[in-house]
Design a protein around this ligand. Structure first.
Ligand code: NAD
Ligand code: MG
Length: 392
């Protein structure tokens, strides 16, 4: 039987790559639902090609627009709108797998709905795990959901860990997780240069083509910080067991070091279709359309220590991870506000870290017993960050 797949955030960079892998394997997969908040024309085109049972948009106006775009073709797709509809297509009994590729905190509720319904969840939306890791992982245990990482680093770690690894480092003989980072577009930039960078410069990543929010996160290295927290939850790894290694070529996607001195790595071209195909087919393998890695072309793999002085966001993420409780939700919320302000030209690049630090200093951080506590920490983090923005 074909696997029915929901793609949340279908119109984004991960969503488009997911549909490209799915389209190569019509014998294995069937698209059940697509969602998109932006680029409704793109979503219409995707619906025409994949003929999902449902399409979900953000509001009623877009719902009407998409429905009218589709009825002209004699639409097979029912168009819905809003948060409840996202949760519905994520948790629907007919769905096997859910690609969680909405960007930011907006992805938390539908992704959690898929987890609670015991789906096979392909997790790109790292912010959901950063905000609510404890609740998220408890829901995975309770529902029996299968959580497969799409983030290239975590997918590489997953592939390099022993099969069935459940967080017992001692028993598995695992010493450390080595998360690689390209260093982003400003890896070698001076502090003076960093003070003047523009949104377009920050979004021009040397190795990956991604949405604008994660591109800015890569430029500040907050992306790696969020990924450290993501690794903590996915692999039950204490902060001290996760080491960030700058590797500008982005060929080694991450590594696992064992107590006997072995270091296992996963390598490949920087192309998200590889982790997407891996997670879709796991434990089998399918063609992803990715070219063979040409090692002679790559020629050299190099490594550097991260520079926490020029990239304080990475240190802030470790601080939030060590603080525990709601600190990571505050960090994530403040980062979303700061990045949006930077992209809108309201905050200089170096101000992003200042705004996040101010929010972490200001918002009291406590335990997160339930989703309401996470939502509250998120709201407080956003408020504190907005207050810390420069006055226009
Ligand atoms: P993107 O901006 O290209 O796409 C985001 C998608 O989410 C779009 O479909 C958009 O319409 C939808 N969306 C945005 N705001 C929404 C909202 N409020 N409600 C519902 N839907 C909304 O982003 P992306 O680069 O595809 O990244 C998606 C997620 O995957 C992020 O969490 C990112 O950190 C993660 N990720 C991306 C990459 C990559 O290579 N692009 C790699 C690793 C992890
Ligand atoms: Mg990544």
């Amino acid at each position: 039987m074909r696997q029915r797949v929901t793609v949340l955030g279908a119109t984004g960079s991960i969503g488009v790559n997911t549909l490209s892998v799915l389209a190569r394997h019509p014998d294995r997969y069937e698209v059940f639902a697509l969602s998109g908040q932006t680029r409704i024309d793109k979503l219409a085109e995707q619906c025409r090609q994949h003929r999902p049972r449902f399409a979900v948009v953000g509001n009623d106006e877009d719902r009407k627009r998409l429905a009218s775009l589709l009825t002209r073709e004699g639409g097979a797709t029912e168009v819905l709108a809003g948060a409840d509809a996202l949760a519905l297509v994520a948790a629907h009994p007919d769905v096997h797998s859910v690609m969680a590729a909405i960007v930011g905190a907006a992805g938390l509720q539908p992704t959690l709905a898929a987890v609670r319904a015991g789906k096979r969840v392909l997790l790109a939306n790292k912010e959901a795990l950063v905000m609510a890791g404890e609740i998220f992982m408890a829901a995975v245990r309770d529902s029996g959901a299968i959580l497969l990482p799409i983030d290239s680093e975590h997918n590489a770690v997953f592939q390099s860990l022993p099969a069935g690894f459940a967080g017992d480092f001692e028993r598995a003989g695992v010493r450390r997780i080595l998360l690689t980072a390209s260093g982003g577009p400003f890896r070698t930039a001076s502090a003076e240069k960093l003070a003047r960078v523009t949104p377009d410069e920050a979004c021009a990543h040397p190795n990956w083509v991604m949405g604008r929010k994660i591109s800015v996160d890569s430029a500040t290295m907050m992306n790696k910080g969020l990924e450290v927290i993501e690794a903590h939850w996915l692999f039950a790894a204490a902060a001290d067991r996760i080491k960030v290694v700058i590797h500008p070529q982005s060929v080694i996607h991450s590594m696992v070091e064992y107590i006997d001195g072995s270091v296992l790595a996963q390598l490949g071209n920087p192309d998200m279709r590889t982790p997407i195909a891996h997670a879709l087919a796991y434990p089998e393998r399918i063609d992803a359309g990715v070219a063979s890695l040409d090692l002679f072309q790559v020629a050299q793999l190099t490594f550097e220590e991260p520079d926490l002085r020029r990239f304080p966001c990475l240190g802030l993420a470790y601080r939030a991870l060590r603080a525990g409780g709601s600190a990571a939700a505050v960090l994530n919320a403040a980062n979303e506000v700061a990045v949006a302000a930077f992209l809108a030209g309201q905050l200089p690049f170096l101000g992003i870290a200042d705004v996040i630090a101010a929010a972490l200093d200001k918002v009291p951080q406590g335990a997160v017993e339930d989703l309401a506590a996470v939502v509250d920490a998120d709201a407080r983090g956003r408020r504190a960050a907005l207050e810390a923005l420069p006055r226009p």
